[in-house]
Design a protein around this ligand. Sequence first.
Ligand code: 9Z3
Length: 313
Amino acid sequence: MAEPRVSSIDGKLAEEFAAPSHVDEVKEKMATFARRHAEAGRRVVLITSGGTKVPLESRTVRFLDNFSSGKRGASSAEYFLDAGYAVIFLHRHRSLHPYSRTFSAVNMLDTLQFNAGEVVVNQQVLPNIAKVLKRYREVTDGKLLLPVDFNTLSEYLHLLKAAAQALSTIGSKAMFYLAAAVSDFYIPASEMPEHKIQSSNGPLQLTMNMVPKILSPLVKDWAPKAFVISFKLETDASILLEKARRALDTYRHQVVVANVLDSRRGYVMVVTPTSQDEVVLSKEDAKNEVEIEERIVTNLTAAHDHFITQQAG
Ligand code: 9Z3
């Protein structure tokens, strides 16, 4: 009997990256969530958010990390919810979270005070808390947001695969919004020292392997009917567009949102095989606290509409 087809990336994932023990349970939860919302006529977006941790030792003392705060993913989740989507929020543990993100810099104890022996919230320290709390309750009461967290690169890869397979049942109603900043490099388990690397051995030289390009099986095998958006980050603006176009050419997905590290809060380019839209915040927008994610989400939900109509026709 013929062996089932396993892409080489699938094989690598199974061999070199330890799967988290709860992956099947999470996959089932995501599949149930997607089915329920699709049956209710909603679209479902899987947002990835935050950085990844890459361990240098198997009993991990040290790891490589990156700059991502998770703001892009967390704020985008709110705008997708406002646009009527149900959201699976696959995020780095302790990165910013929808709704609570606005208060992340506040010390909780400074928000509370005593009033006749009762602990009450000091709303002056938490401007907008009533509005944010109301929306958060609507979203949670409606079971519209499913948060799933990851820590390491291995967890991220396995949970993204599980999410893609879970969402494949709802076809073109599924959107993937891959905003997490995922490491390109890792040390395979077979080459990783077990114990803490000793500084008494002198300077450290590392050789790291390339992380498999997960976008490839996601688009081709795991969720071939979905609307897929990847993000491209550069620090050199002069190569950004060319890199975004190359990614579309290689992976054959629908959209790349391209951004430069320093200007990412005020400027992105939404690139498709046939178009490139600049999304820019003006000084006026910034004064009015408009967030660029609101504009990105408006652009992408319209593109998703168009995609669904085309697939149906
Ligand atoms: C992004 O480009 C996101 O926009 C940011 C958002 C991570 C810059 P923050 O979390 O920042 O709000 O602080 N994400 C994707 C970055 C990335 O690693 N892309 C890879 C690449 O550019 C492959 S998909 O090669």
